[in-house]
Design a binder for this molecule. Structure first.
Ligand SMILES: [Zn+2]
Length: 180
């Protein structure tokens, strides 16, 4: 009887261990696992610390248009974005959480009316989801940290990637490298 109880307890321990592993994507065992509360910016291989806020919080921090696009997957009118014709050297960051998303080096004139890039700053910061809304099959582009909607990616971009990241300007902020 005692052995049975021991087996059960051991089993439960391993189950909870596995679940914690899955949740935190940690590869180490439970004993060495540590909680990290610092958000990781511009990371390459590490787990992204997500930013989760209620709708009310987002509404209080964003303008109506920013909220409409970032949180409700809206789209700004073509040709209206404040960063559409920005040609400065620097980094485009998420207007929701400040995460680096695109480098000015990859921005190009697509003629679509929305800021266009041929590559994200890295594969970690920009996430992609299948989007079958509006009777179309598209790939949605999101900020990997706050899940803010950015736009869509299409396979009709220029070299070297052949991809066109079609991004709402209202989802972005720009930090210039020339400012000192
Ligand atoms: Zn974000």
């Amino acid at each position: 009887m005692r052995t049975l109880v021991l087996v059960l307890i051991t089993g439960l321990f391993f189950m909870s261990c596995n679940q914690t592993d899955k949740l935190s994507k940690a590869t180490t065992d439970c004993k060495t696992q540590k909680e990290t509360s610092q958000p990781i910016v511009n990371t390459k291989n590490n787990t992204m610390e997500k930013i989760v806020k209620s709708d009310e919080e987002w509404k209080s921090e964003l303008t109506e248009m920013e909220y409409h696009v970032l949180r409700n997957k809206g789209t700004e009118r073509a040709g209206t974005g404040d960063l559409l014709n920005n040609k400065g050297t620097g980094t485009y960051i998420c207007r929701g959480c400040g995460l680096e998303l695109f480098d000015s080096e990859t921005k190009y004139e697509s003629g679509s009316g929305w800021p266009s890039f041929y590559a994200p700053v890295n594969e970690t910061n920009v996430g992609e989801n299948t989007d079958n809304s509006h009777g179309m099959k598209r790939v949605e582009v999101v900020c990997a940290r706050c899940d803010g909607h950015l736009g869509h990616v299409f396979p009709d971009g220029p070299r070297p990637t052949g991809m066109r990241y079609c991004i709402n300007a209202v989802s972005l902020d720009f930090t210039s490298k020339e400012e000192k």
